[in-house]
Ligand binder design. Sequence first.
Ligand code: 7TS
Length: 424
Amino acid sequence: MSKATTAVEVLAGDNSTAALDVERVRQDFPILRQMAYGQPLVYLDNAASAQKPRQVLDAMQEAYETYYSNVHRGVHHLSQLSTDAFEAARDKVARFINARSVDEIVFTRGGTESINLVAATYGRKFLTAGDEIVISHMEHHANIVPWQMLRDELGVVLKVAPIDDDGNLLLDEYEKLLSPRTRLVAMTHISNALGTVTPIRDIIRLAHERGAKVLVDGCQAAPHMILDVQELDADFYVFSGHKMYGPTGIGVLWGKEEILNDMPPYQTGGEMISVVTLEKTTFKKAPHRFEAGTPAIVEAIGLGAAVDYLTGLGLDNIHAHEDGLLAYATQRLGAVPGLVIHGRAKEKASIVSFLMEDIHAHDIGTIVDRAGVAVRVGHHCAQPVMERFGVAATARASFAVYNTRAEVDALAEALDKVRELFAR
Ligand code: 7TS
């Protein structure tokens, strides 16, 4: 995490760690050669969606041009090739997160759908009125609203673990919320609004001690750190393809096989059944039970290519590079007069959320955009944590493997312009 790199090392170093040549990485991303308003594009909105390397684009193009067909339903040549490539992608994802079995990897449309799937199937089957679900104060709406819907439908109780003023999860307070009625903890691994890395191992252990299941929202963690779902020992882990250099429209629900096979289907239709008569239907086991209809075939293949790409660079190298950038950006942006960083947790990753005096976040975003710098402004689909910090919105810079310190400098210089404009 950020504390592994001291500021002195950061300022003395260049863009590349020994094992990661960032300039070469940038060559893989054609879009980074674009200009915005006549300025070199500085893309710092990676927590919303990361850009795609040539390797992912090529794999998808090749699929469409040479072996595209529907999967799991044809005996013909292309269908077999397509099915093999689709299932090979599942296998790559399984190995990427060290799943015990490839059957634990359910392809969904994204992290949001993965959470909704668990709420709609596991939630409806196993939770009843009075049961308790624990989330945190810094969840993305995707990990709040499905549980509120379940609360309203079933009468389950939703409890919220608090955070401190720096954005650290208060583990003692979390533990106090756990009770014999706690059935599920649904918690982010990394906050998209603050960058906080939660103490997920402790969160999982304490929940399991009470017999509760744990869903981890790993949307921000998957592109950033080595994941080992067996070692973490959660019950569900979810993430999206598009934040980890893969395409949109594809995501992952990992679940322990025995739990997945105990859950009813989510959507129903083609490919998820064993036998259908007009009287009754039996269902396949996981993962196919949860993949009704034609899946996002080429998107899954693209995700497989993204996994290969990440693995090729090395998640530990990516992690080290992004932590170096975070430390540099914290110092460089922190030195901009009037700038306040929201989220200063002890363990942080690749995200700096900030405001400048009473300047609205949208004004910040619009002005830096004119300098070619893309940041996200708004509530980041995490309104409760904005409210916790007493702000309506922040500007957020989020870093990926291809970002450089020069780009952090470009943001800082654009922020100086913002300040000058508003000082008049
Ligand atoms: N959970 C977290 C922690 C996220 O950051 C996001 C997306 C989601 C869930 C939902 O992912 P999706 O792929 O299904 O949309 N976060 C952001 C963001 O920070 N800016 O835009 C999307």
